[in-house]
Structures are given as C-alpha cells and as structure tokens.
Design a protein around this ligand. Structure first.
Ligand SMILES: Cc1cc2nc3c(=O)[nH]c(=O)nc-3n(C[C@H](O)[C@H](O)[C@H](O)COP(=O)(O)OP(=O)(O)OC[C@H]3O[C@@H](n4cnc5c(N)ncnc54)[C@H](O)[C@@H]3O)c2cc1C
Length: 371
C-alpha cells in the first residue's frame, strides 16, 4: 500500500495532526496506533486542565491558540470539549514567576484577574491554607473533556477519509526511495512522509528510523482522585474549577464528586507504561497536609501514573528531521499537549502540506530544535 502520510500514534499529537491534515482531504493518510483503543496513554490519562499561560512563552503561544479552539471548536469536532470554566495560578511571593505569568497573560491577551489571598479564600474556603501571595485567576481556562476531544479529532479525520488503524504497532522504519517503508503488526506500507507522534515512544521510533533524535526525558507523574466529598463545589461562577500552586508544586480540581490532585511529581522513567510507585500516595499526603489539610478528610478512590515527554529544551519538537527528510516530528508535548493540541496539529499539518505540495525544500521544513 502507498500513502501520502503515515502518522504513528493516535494520542493528541497524532489525532490533531490527522484532523488538521484531513481538512484538506483525508485520502492517502493513515494513522497507526499500537493499542486496541486510542487514548490509553498520556492523552487519556492526564489532569485535563486547560491552562493558557504556561511557564514558557514558546509554549504559551501554542496553549493560547489551543485553548481558543477548545472554547470555540469547529462544528466537525462535536460539542464543546471545555467542560468547566476557570483556573487560578498561585505563587508564594511576588517574584519572577508571578511577573512571568502576568507578562505572558498581557502579551498574549489572556483575560486574567489578580486576586487577593482573601478573595481566593472567600471563593474556595477549603484551600484557605494554600500559601499564596499572588493569585492570578483565568476565567476562560477550565477543564477539558479529553476523551470527547480526542474522539472528536479522530471521528472528523475518519469522516474525511483518514484510515485509523488500531492494534498496529510500528516495528520497522526505513528509507524507501524519496519516502519511507513502515512495517507494522498486520502489514507494511510505503509513505511519502512519516509523522512520529508516539508520545513517550517517540525517541525509540526515531532511533529505529535512523533520525536526529534528541535526548527525550520521559517523566512519571501521579494523579489521585478522592472519594466523593459533599464539599465539592457544583459549578457556577462562584467556584474555581482548578487551582495550581506553582512554586510548591500542587494542583487540585473537582472530579467525579471528589477531588483530583497531583503533587506535580516527576521522576525519570523508561518509556514503558508506568505503575503507581510505592510511596507516591504518602508523598501526596505530606504535600496536602502542608498546603490544604482540609482535603485530607476523604480517602483516595483511585490513582494512576502516566508519562510526560520532554525535549532537553522542554519545548515541543515540531518539524522535519534534519537527517531523515521524509520524517516529521510531533513530539515532546510535555505537560501541555491536551490544551495545545489544536494549535500543534494545525502547525504540523501546515508544514507537512507545504512539503507535500512541493513549496518547501528539505531545509525549510521546520526545525526539530525550535527556539
Ligand atoms: C499525569 C499527566 C497530567 C497531564 N496533565 C495535563 C493537563 O492538565 N493539561 C494538558 O494540556 N496536558 C496535560 N498533560 C500532557 C498531555 O497529556 C500530553 O502532552 C499529551 O497527551 C501527549 O500526547 P501524545 O500524542 O504526544 O502522546 P500519547 O498520548 O502518549 O500518544 C502516543 C500514542 O502513540 C502510540 N504508540 C507508541 N509507540 C507506537 C508504535 N511503535 N506504533 C504505533 N503506535 C505507537 C501509543 O500507544 C499512544 O497511543 C498531562 C500528562 C500527564 C502524563
């Protein structure tokens, strides 16, 4: 089989790229997903925060565009994937972190409001003990329906003619003329271009292809959801769907009648699906006991761990490989891939279409080391 584009991975990176490519016609585009179900890894197991202002303006340029798509999705993506509105970033002192948050919010035109600590406590008394000198509230951020968003990208791509194949682990990548040969469980194809959108497995796939592979870091993070708690706000403008204490490293939001929490842990982990580490719950409990002890009243109903993938620069890798020219990277989406997916997919599709249309030569196809 010969295709124009073979995308490896059907998480947010691959699904959003397929969706945006398919808007110009989906024929000749195939998505190969190893698992039987899409979204089994980071894209289905994240905290689902729509956070417009990231730690780095390079990221914020993407998260702002991605968040705009979440608020006003095109009709073919289905219902709005933003479930609730509002978020707040907290810092313990009026330092560079707060200055950066405010400067980015202003530079990118993100609606925000500086709140006093008393105002935060009044709106969310359970978090009264969270240390905060600076509180920046973002009324247009919120919580993403990540499953609806992922399935929305894939359904629209399929409807436009993209072939999404599950249970199709890619096991071989080799140059074949101007394109590449892709061997996967269940078949072989040749593609004009191959997109590596494989999350934590991007590095090993790049090595398989003989590409210019950066030293990706794959870091495990734990999430915990408590039992139901009658004190969980039921929505409306008076509640804050998520609160993130930046310099202590802790976030919390309502989930399924309880609380979803993370201590923002990140230990290096090989690219294999992680399990919950012994001691992870104790680590969270210690952090909560210091920051928001009122949340300790409910037990943990379930917990999981998943990998976030970073380039050495902690910026997304979006562009053509320098060594293997038919190879395109959509990788290293770190902790912003759900929010930024719409922007990442649009940018990737633009660069890929330009090359396929012959309007970009090999040296202009985007940099694998964007800066
Ligand atoms: C705990 C946690 C919390 C997070 N919280 C947030 C948040 O609140 N907000 C936010 O915006 N982002 C968040 N993120 C980040 C976001 O989830 C990721 O950036 C995003 O999901 C990455 O998408 P991806 O497609 O690159 O990777 P993945 O979702 O991992 O998808 C890669 C896919 O490639 C497939 N694959 C791998 N190897 C092969 C192969 N050989 N052949 C075929 N298929 C293959 C995998 O099976 C997988 O389905 C969080 C991440 C984690 C882990």
């Amino acid at each position: 089989m010969r295709v124009r584009v073979a995308i490896i991975g059907a998480g947010f990176a691959g699904a959003a790229t397929a969706y945006h490519l398919s808007r110009c016609g989906g024929e000749g585009i195939v998505v190969l997903e190893r698992e039987a179900v899409c979204g089994l890894h980071a894209s289905g197991r994240n905290a689902a925060l729509c956070r417009s202002v990231a730690d780095d303006p390079h990221w914020t340029a993407l998260t702002v565009r991605g968040a705009a798509l979440l608020r006003n999705p095109p009709a073919d993506l289905g219902d709005t994937p933003l479930l609730a509105r509002g978020g707040a970033l907290l810092v313990t002192s009026w330092d560079a972190t707060l200055a950066s948050v405010l400067a980015q919010a202003a530079a990118f035109g993100v609606p925000h409001q500086l709140l006093s600590r008393a105002a935060l406590q009044a709106r969310w008394p359970l978090l009264a003990e969270l240390p905060a000198q600076g509180v920046v509230s973002f009324p247009d951020d919120g919580v993403i329906d990540v499953h609806a968003l992922l399935q929305g990208y894939l359904a629209a791509a399929r409807a436009a003619g993209v072939n999404v194949v599950t249970g199709a682990e890619v096991v071989g990548l080799a140059r074949a003329g101007a394109g590449m040969r892709v061997d996967f469980r269940g078949g072989t194809l040749e593609a004009d271009c191959v997109v590596i959108a494989a999350g934590a497995w991007a590095g090993p796939l790049g090595t398989l292809a003989g590409a210019d592979v950066p030293a990706f870091a794959t870091l495990r993070r734990h999430l915990f959801v408590t039992e139901r708690d009658a004190r969980v706000p039921v929505g409306g403008s008076a509640s804050l769907p998520w609160v993130w204490q930046l310099d202590e490293g802790f976030y919390v939001r309502p989930e399924s009648g309880g609380w979803l929490m993370s201590a923002c842990d990140q230990d290096a982990h090989p690219p294999v699906a992680p399990v919950v580490a012994p001691g992870a719950l104790e680590h969270l409990a210690e952090r909560v006991a210091t920051l928001a002890p009122a949340l300790l009243e409910r037990g943990v109903a379930h917990s999981w761990a998943c990998l976030r993938t970073f380039t050495p620069e902690q910026r997304p890798l979006l562009g053509w490989d320098h060594k293997v020219h038919p190879l395109f990277w959509v990788a290293g989406l770190g902790g912003h891939g759900a929010t930024a997916s719409g922007a990442v997919g649009a940018l990737a599709a633009e660069l890929i279409m330009a090359r396929l249309a012959g309007t970009l030569d090999d040296d202009q196809g985007g940099s694998p080391r964007p800066d």
